[in-house]
Design a protein around this ligand. Structure first.
Ligand code: AOF
Ligand code: ZN
Length: 367
């Protein structure tokens, strides 16, 4: 059993926040635990954008017991009027004595002012407990709030020789059911899922979240310069989530109209003959998409990587070797580099095992 200390309660607050991952849109996930005289008197998490913040739920539960308590909050309490009034003012009003904060809020509207406000009013504020965990939980929010561009997580599933299909195109299945369930958890946690048209034409995927329990479906984003997307494709006919098609300037107008009539949103990305992926990320950001799960194929993965648009990569490897040379597609297709020195490096490497599959997580060092 763990020692009872500040960390115990902050871990609980982190767990409350983590449970809501994927359901707060561009807002961060935040957890709060209120403790007074050895008892938890309130708990809360931010559950949905536009609804109360974590602190408010916890204070509501505590009622009069909030007075003199310690608040453990994974993120700095806000100080601004957004969709809801400032949490720091409410903590002050309810006479909370001490606030332990996981990490400061990078939102320029907050950025330390929430902490300053609490201190000005005589509350004791301790910042940085389990800071790494707290920051990592909101890595998409942390990027989006400063850049208005989505945080892109790439997921690949390949054989040990880096193939995402056999020479005849067979890809069902490369990884095991445990790995695939985890991928559906990733879908739940991201606001959008993005694939290239090649993947749609070869697999006709649904791109929804399918788990033992109901998950949230991400917005489907298809990169399709020439609008080759068939009107009969599942991503067009299935209505369980929105479908966006990113296309190029000279895409055929009649097809565009037909797709729009079928309920698909078509966005033109740049003036060139191919989709300008950097511009595409801007457009997704403008539509308040703060996180994207990129699921291939190799061509799109390669282009996104080359352009420095991938923030995080989860590379699943099944213990199989399929061969097939050029006929079998690789997980990253791009021109590449002559010198090993120029290779794209990943940092912060973590290795997880799902049965006999392994998953390598890392952050590409974008130049
Ligand atoms: C907190 N506690 O639980 C959350 C915070 O539009 P609003 O009012 O929901 O404000 C959103 C901003 O508030 C968001 O960008 C982030 O800076 C902060 N989120 N702050 O004190 C919370 N979710
Ligand atoms: Zn707040």
């Amino acid at each position: 059993m763990q020692l009872l200390n500040d960390e115990t309660y902050m871990r609980l607050a982190l767990q409350l926040a983590e449970g809501a991952a994927g359901q707060t849109g561009i807002n961060p996930v935040v957890g709060c635990v209120l403790v007074k005289e050895g008892r938890i008197v309130g708990m809360g998490a931010h559950l949905k954008r536009g609804t109360p913040h974590a602190e408010i739920h916890a204070l509501q539960m505590a009622g009069a017991e909030a007075e003199g308590s310690t608040a453990y909050v994974t993120l700095e309490p806000c100080s601004h009027y957004g969709k809801t009034p400032p949490c720091s003012d409410r903590l002050i009003k309810e006479k909370v004595k001490r606030v332990v904060v996981g990490s400061a809020d990078p939102n320029p509207l907050v950025a330390g002012t929430g902490i300053a406000r609490l201190r000005e009013h005589g509350l004791q504020v301790d910042v940085g407990l389990l800071e790494r965990e707290s920051r990592q939980m909101n890595e998409a929010f942390n990027k989006y709030i400063l850049t208005r561009r989505p945080f892109v997580t790439l997921k690949t599933a390949s054989t040990l020789d880096g193939k995402i299909a056999s020479r005849s195109g067979d890809s069902k299945w490369i990884t095991n059911p445990d790995s695939r369930s985890f991928v559906h958890t990733l879908r739940h946690r991201n606001q959008a899922i993005m694939v290239g048209i090649g993947t749609v034409l070869s697999d006709d995927p649904l791109l929804t979240t399918r788990l033992e329990v109901t998950g949230l479906n991400p917005v489907r984003v298809i990169v399709d310069s020439g609008l080759r997307l068939p009107l009969a494709a599942k991503v067009v006919t299935d209505r369980s989530s929105e479908t966006l098609v990113l296309t190029a300037a000279n895409a055929p107008l009649a097809k565009r109209n037909a797709l729009e009539a079928a309920g698909v949103t078509v966005l033109e990305c740049g003036a060139g003959p191919a989709v300008d992926l950097t511009r595409a990320m801007e457009l997704l950001g403008e539509r308040e998409i703060g996180s994207v799960l990129l699921e291939g194929g190799g061509q799109l993965n390669g282009s996104m990587l080359e352009l420095g648009l991938i923030d995080k990569a989860l590379l699943f490897y099944a213990p199989k070797i399929i061969g097939g040379g050029r006929l079998a597609p690789d997980s990253f297709q791009f021109a590449g580099f002559d010198s090993m020195e120029d290779a794209i490096r990943l940092e912060g490497i973590r290795v997880q095992q799902f049965g006999d599959d392994i998953c390598i997580t890392g952050y590409p060092l974008n130049r």
